[in-house]
Design a protein around this ligand. Sequence first.
Ligand code: B1M
Length: 213
Amino acid sequence: MLRRIFDHILEGDAPAATECVQRALADGMDPATILNQAMIAAMDETGRRFEAGEIYVPEMLVAGRAMQSALGALKPFLVQADLEPLGKVVIGTVQGDLHDIGKNLVALMLQGAGFEVIDLGTDVAPARFVQAVREHEPMLVAMSALLTTTMTNMSTTVVALRAAGLRDRVHVMVGGAPVTRQYADQVGADMYEPDAASAARAARAAAKRRPSV
Ligand code: B1M
């Protein structure tokens, strides 16, 4: 079943991928295994094939759509309804970047961990992050980037938060494939997390302490 989910996502067959995920869950398969071993593995293989020139942007796009659709089937298993609210998180993919699968996964896990998530979507300009912090007063700003050319906008956003006098009121977490802990330190973020599950754990821990700048 994992192999079939992997193949359907790679082929961009959203209905088949979603149906297989539903069947795997109904058979009692662990959601994290489905996510990591089939779904994220299929995205990695898509990226490998794209880099090797074996597929092009349209194929990558349909694989991404199949992934999003299959993630929908996983959602009820990743979000627990009975957790106490822990505060608000403003999340978005940084300016210039349209990748949202990882960001959506992080948003889902944060929701599952008990946060109210304000999702600003993709291609989020620093000024929009600033505006959302003013409006919603979150405890955490979470930024995702998938491109080496856009990750620099994490720094621009931190600078904008600082200029608006808001940086010391929020924790800042960054993540996404090209981002590292060292890069997070460099851009003035408080936290770097490599995946959605660890992002949710770190956010829960951060909710218990004041932001440090
Ligand atoms: Co794009 N793309 N893409 N793409 N794409 C990559 C990222 C790439 C690595 C492919 C490759 O060449 N191997 C490459 C980037 C190279 C680089 O910069 N180093 C690339 C490129 C080049 C491009 C374009 C420039 C292609 C072009 O037009 N010539 C273009 C850029 C468009 C833009 O953004 N301006 C482009 C477009 C696209 C699509 C639109 C077709 C599509 C996106 C669809 C969508 O997101 N709705 C797409 C896809 C699907 C990919 C790959 C194949 C898959 C990305 C993905 O969803 N992975 C990708 C290759 C790859 O990643 N292996 C690739 C699964 C997802 C769950 O992982 O987002 O890493 P990820 O999230 C992880 C962690 O990183 C972490 O948690 C998740 C796991 O639990 N995480 C966080 C993410 N955000 C976090 C935030 C946190 C904490 C953890 O805290 C706040």
